[in-house]
Write a protein that binds this ligand. Sequence first.
Ligand SMILES: Cc1cc2nc3c(=O)[nH]c(=O)nc-3n(C[C@H](O)[C@H](O)[C@H](O)COP(=O)(O)O)c2cc1C
Length: 366
Amino acid sequence: MFRSGQGDAEMSLICLSDFEAYAKDHLPKATWEYYAAGADECCTRDDNLLAFKRIRLRPRMLRDVSVMDTRTTVLGTEISCPIGIAPTAFHCLAWPDGEMSTARAAESLNLCYVASTYSTCSVEEIVTAAPDGFRWFQLYVYRDRKLSEQLVHRVEALGFKALVLTVDVPYTGKRRSDIRNNFRLPPHLKVKNFEGVFEEHYGPDNYGVPANTLDPSISWKDVYWLRSLTRLPIIIKGILTKEDAELAVEHGVQGIIVSNHGGRQLDGELATIDALSEIVDAVQGRIEVYIDGGIRTGSDVLKALALGAKCVFIGRPIVWGLAYKGEEGVKGVLQILTEEFRLSMALSGCRNVSEINRNLVQFSKL
Ligand SMILES: Cc1cc2nc3c(=O)[nH]c(=O)nc-3n(C[C@H](O)[C@H](O)[C@H](O)COP(=O)(O)O)c2cc1C
């Protein structure tokens, strides 16, 4: 249970949906709708959650779960639990020092934080706020390749441990609420990683940067281009099929995040948990496979690991935590999910993450 401090001591948030309800009540409407948005009719956004509920667990009993261990590794680095922070944009919309609070929370719990290119604090500010944090950097490929290149060099020098190349945004999905709200970053906030770059720009704006900056011609050969720029491991985010998973392995990347961008891009595409097994089977342990999308409870985490994910990442719940109470709120979200995961492990007879396997799950006929 996460009890808030002084001022509203009566308030107890006990699950991630409590943070969601709080954020919905307290954020300005356009901000709430920006975070909540899915593409078009939001079928994929909603199916990400429902698909987890279609999976049932096959627990094992009498396995002495008196001592539990949730630690694991990602790309060789130990983390306290296989739960990380997915890259999401604009944390300062939810809390004044935004990504700096997120970074501190991740650092204090020894979890992996994937910082978004579209952060409202710069990568330098993030590192200064939490100098010992374990971080990856999420990258887009811009028409102006120099922009991506400079970011890669910056984050490598700052000690980020991997690049997460997001490949599901050749164009931004159609999010109806953002169009209706004419969603814009308020003037006091900026995409800080681009400070000085787009200063002279007065044309159409797309989520805080000039429209048409992302390169829709991006293709597999750009993975080689990125490889030529950096020694950092490359992880591809946004893979949903075994065919693309196979290509990712062939192109020498170190990991895949099975993701549909939280249902914000192509509406109607697969729920991520439904895509996971075929991807895990295709890569045959040659690279690590992670997942994001719709993970809201400890048993969701357990199901994803049972189906072969090395670690899960959560997106929206982090901004709900920020909206509640900055660093403390993000810690609350992560601690609750970790505790629920530990309990689900114990109740299913798994003492450590290496004991979680596919025999634990069964797809329900519902
Ligand atoms: C408000 C918001 C902003 C996002 N911004 C980014 C981003 O800048 N880069 C990126 O690769 N993914 C972005 N994503 C996608 C997330 O990384 C992740 O795939 C998704 O949120 C996971 O689903 P969940 O929110 O159900 O946990 C964003 C998602 C949301 C909800």
